[in-house]
Design a protein around this ligand. Sequence first.
Ligand code: NAD
Length: 250
Amino acid sequence: MSNRLNEQIDKAADSVIKFGNICALTGAGISVESGIPPFRGQGGIWDKFDPFEYAHIDSFMKNPAKVWDVLLKEMKQTLDKAKPSKAHMALVDLESLGLLKTVITQNIDGLHQASGSNDVIEFHGNFANLSCLSCDKAFKMSEIDIRSMPPKCSCGGYIRPNCVFFGENIPFEALQRSHEAAVSCKIMLVIGTSATVQPAASIPITAKKSGAIIIEINPEKTALSSGISDIFIQGRASIIMTDLLKAIKL
Ligand code: NAD
């Protein structure tokens, strides 16, 4: 590991030890090592699909069969196999040490809960829960058979995953709780987000304005890295989080 990287990790560990009270904001990058590709960046899903063709609510309403067949079916197959990574586990360890309170995630994969984090705000909903567009009946993703696409309710309505599509509002409770977490934390740990999807991308800015130290972990620089992040640690989430945890426990 380079001296510069070691220095950044030590600096982050010192801040965590001194202030505690961490809120983590995670994005698709934290789940890359769980086998789920991100939207943007290397190997991103948007290299294969046009987001506005497949992830906008208008596209889904216009042609649910197409969106299920091309994007959602593949997503279900990928998420069914995914397991929490060392980075998810490190956040659970930080919680056990009494240093981390809340995880705000943009991810819809449920991996923070699967790893054992207790307070998770799902900013963009969860792919595991679905509902009928006509009668609102609830379903679990495990009940969905990918051999008959698109999935339909017994009432004849199309079934949708309860994640937030582009063009939809963020659930009010998630917005409110995230704001509270951002203004009350002393450290915001921003892991694996390109910080391009609003309003999630503004959460670190809110935290910073309220006096929090922003620690960012990402293999690539983002819009936050130079102006907003106080400590930018360049690298993969599992490696950096493992090293950060080691440095905190020293
Ligand atoms: P994004 O796809 O826009 O950006 C991913 C970021 O992760 C990039 O900055 C990339 O450099 C970084 N990254 C790649 N590999 C990494 C690694 N090993 N460790 C740490 N960082 C890594 O993702 P986003 O900012 O979360 O926003 C896009 C939207 O995509 C979110 O709203 C989310 O709902 C959705 N999404 C979710 C999942 C999931 O649930 N796992 C997967 C893809 C997209």
